[in-house]
Design a protein around this ligand. Structure first.
Ligand SMILES: [Zn+2]
Length: 170
């Protein structure tokens, strides 16, 4: 009985360690998400019209800052990949290295796509086209844009799209 208990305990400990590793692996993407904006959310004045000049200025600042953060992250990912490509001659080490390598390549791909999206959003602000839903033309809304500065659809159209996507994929 006592032995089983000890065994259980050590298993528990092992799974805890695995969790920790996963958490570390998940870090790059969560860093991207968290660095969206360090600028305080915009507080519209009374009767301020949607996408006023000041509002547009705010979102340009948010997007530019996000782009800067992303640039730094991409540089880190790139340096990491470069260093990794040079080390680990041991086949066993290399197998796990390759997994990590693939993970970082995916991160890099995601970062690249996000950079494009940010550039498109900045361009949209300049064209006076930012903040409006691409599908229905309604306001996307400040609250949603603060959370997702690159959003191109209002929450209703986005939700509808997701439902359709789910239905299509079965
Ligand atoms: Zn819409």
């Amino acid at each position: 009985m006592a032995t089983t208990k000890t065994k259980k305990k050590s298993i528990k400990k092992a799974s805890k360690t695995t969790k920790k590793v996963n958490k570390a692996n998940a870090n790059p993407s969560s860093r991207i998400a968290n660095n969206k904006s360090k600028i305080a959310p915009y507080k519209p004045k009374k009767n301020e019209k949607y996408m006023s000049a000041a509002m547009k200025k705010h979102f340009i600042a948010v997007l530019l800052l996000w782009k800067e953060h992303l640039k730094e992250e991409m540089k880190k990912t790139f340096d990491h990949l470069k260093t990794k490509g040079e080390t680990y001659a041991d086949p066993v080490d290399r197998a796990s290295q390759e997994e990590e390598f693939a993970f970082e390549l995916r991160t890099r791909d995601r970062e690249r796509k996000l950079t494009n999206k940010i550039a498109i959003s900045i361009e949209k602000i300049k064209q006076d086209d930012y903040g409006w839903c691409d599908s229905c033309g309604d306001e996307i809304g400040i609250k949603r844009l603060e959370a997702r500065p690159t959003a191109t659809h209002c929450i209703h159209c986005k939700t509808l799209d997701e439902i359709k996507e789910k239905q299509l994929s079965g």
